[in-house]
Write a protein that binds this ligand. Structure first.
Ligand code: CAA
Length: 274
């Protein structure tokens, strides 16, 4: 195992043969995604994509409690709509690298994968989860919407009705339910979790890299990642437009003040027959 990190919020390690592990390391904030983490992830993923020695990428979070507890609410809470759009775009850039790079990407989910954390996991080719993994898209409880691809990728993975139920309610689900609905490929025991995830990555890394890359490309096309850009752009704009609203300020302010939010906002009546 070779450690080769030059990042402040990530650790990168190479496991033979050709498995690069990228670990988000902000345990004091449960590995929440701020601008620095997203920029460093972008850099680390580009470098893994270009490195001919890397055949598989594993994304995980430091510590047993959390994979990623979402986008950083404390950083987001005072953003203007334009700043929020730029932030969502940063998240989308990372998601697209995970989804579209010609090497398999595996999310090894330990503990919380909430909001942007669940979205980064879904951007990977598949998710392996520890028994203690917990998934949710809790954004509507903060007065915003999923902003890193969740409205598209969750529906694609679990079907539109299940995705709506999860996104509208913000309900948390455990690893077993996540596997049942197709969000998670495999659930592994918590003890020795990363080592077991690495065994799966190693198995893949021993196969023909061009053959695996071609499977990835075809399967992405079959699952309608064609048109991904336009659909994700719509999410970026919708995400940004909610910043500065009464509900966004209340939702994120309540998180910062460690209290329950009280929402007043009135939903726009965009469904009314014209
Ligand atoms: N952003 C910023 N800080 C966070 C965070 C986040 N998403 N999640 C956790 N933290 C911080 C907490 O503020 C806390 O910091 P302090 O010790 O300095 O107070 C620390 O991490 C530990 O968190 P808790 O004390 O809350 O730990 P807990 O075990 O009681 O609860 C939790 C854990 C259920 C994950 C809870 O922290 C939580 O609900 N976090 C927010 C989850 C969330 O709503 N994520 C979605 C964010 S929005 C998003 O992701 C938008 C998008 O699509 C792009």
């Amino acid at each position: 195992m070779k450690e080769n990190s030059t990042f402040s919020t990530l650790k990168t390690e190479d496991h033979m043969p050709g498995v690069r592990v990228i670990t988000i390391s902000r345990p004091q904030a449960l590995n929440a995604l701020n601008t620095t983490v997203l920029s460093e992830l972008n850099h680390a993923l580009r470098s893994a994509a270009e490195d001919s020695g890397v055949r598989v990428v594993v994304l995980t979070g430091e510590g047993p409690k959390s994979f990623i507890a979402g986008a950083d609410i404390l950083e987001m809470k005072d953003k203007s709509p334009q700043e929020a759009m730029r932030f969502a775009q940063l998240g989308h850039d990372v998601g697209k690298l995970l989804e579209l790079m010609p090497k398999p990407t595996i999310a090894a989910v330990n503990g919380f994968a909430l909001g942007g954390g669940c979205e980064m996991a879904m951007a990977c080719d598949f998710i392996v989860a520890a028994e203690n993994a917990v998934f949710a898209q809790p954004e509507v409880g903060l007065g915003i919407i999923p902003g890193f691809g969740g409205t598209l990728r969750l529906a694609r993975l679990v079907g539109i009705a299940r995705a709506k139920e999860l996104i509208f309610s913000g309900r948390r689900i455990q690893a077993g339910e996540a596997r049942e609905i197709g969000l998670v490929a495999r659930v592994l025991p918590q003890e020795g979790f990363l080592a077991q995830a690495l065994e799966i990555a190693t198995l893949i890394s021993k196969n023909s890299a061009p053959a695996v890359a071609k499977c990835k490309q075809l399967m992405n096309e079959f699952s309608e990642s064609v048109g991904l850009n336009g659909k994700l752009d719509a999410e970026v704009h919708a995400f940004g437009r909610l910043f500065g609203s009464q509900d966004q300020r209340e939702g994120m302010g309540a998180f910062a003040e460690k209290r329950k939010p009280s929402f007043w906002g009135i939903a726009p009546n965009s469904a009314s027959a014209g």
